[in-house]
Design a protein around this ligand. Sequence first.
Ligand SMILES: Nc1ncnc2c1ncn2[C@@H]1O[C@H](COP(=O)(O)OP(=O)(O)OP(=O)(O)O)[C@@H](O)[C@H]1O
Length: 256
Amino acid sequence: MTGTDAAGARPPVLELQSVHKRFGEQAVLRGIDLVVAPHEVVVLIGASGSGKSTLLKTVNLLEQVDDGRILLSGEDITDPRTNADAVRARIGVVFQHYNLFPHMSVLDNVTLAARQVARTPRAEAEATGLALLTRIGLAEKAGEYPDRLSGGQQQRVAIARAIATDPELLLLDEITSALDPQLVGEVLDLVRELKAAGSTIVMATHEMSFARRVADRVVYMKDGVVVEAGAPEQIFGDPQRAETREFLSRLQDPFA
Ligand SMILES: Nc1ncnc2c1ncn2[C@@H]1O[C@H](COP(=O)(O)OP(=O)(O)OP(=O)(O)O)[C@@H](O)[C@H]1O
């Protein structure tokens, strides 16, 4: 189904239909179905190697699917005629390592995509960039180079950069796993704020606080399949599948 929502108005922002991906002999995604509604925050959890990052990469067209389809706002982006750059311009991405350009100021990092991809005039891009930096509490760092910022601040700048072009979808891949634990909270707060502002987000994380505190829906993946998906209260409070219970029981403190 390439469906619209129940009211027949807006299609899902993202729809994966039976997505399969292999690396050589290894089947890494084995028939993933996932529908993400506008303004929904979906958090992927699962052991290392379960396929979370690969799933995000197929959405961003960094990896090609072997079978199945991916629709972005109703458009089949796995069609071979798809312009990958045009699709990527509609998706904001933040990875584990902030990947800020070290030789550019914080403000230039934030405005780069707007200036180069969206061709926004510099003055307009900078006004938007400064407003974004103000929103994330880092306006006073606009002229600094990234290495003058803490890891948490750099990751917040990376998020500001990803949303500067107002993408339809935000993909966040392990954005706190390189951070000291005390810096995780500030990134969590920012993601909650993006959610409150209406962003549509799919994120992969080992940080259960994100799954519990930000997710509308938690998706537990194991060996390339979705084992169970549901509201955080259900997944953490009343998981239906034995595999989910086992995964959560192995975490140090799933209720943190
Ligand atoms: N480019 C690649 N070539 C070969 N194998 C790969 C490639 N990328 C990922 N894999 C393999 O695919 C499997 C899934 O990896 P993936 O990174 O998607 O898992 P993950 O759930 O995101 O793990 P983590 O939580 O550690 O990031 C792993 O076994 C990994 O080694």
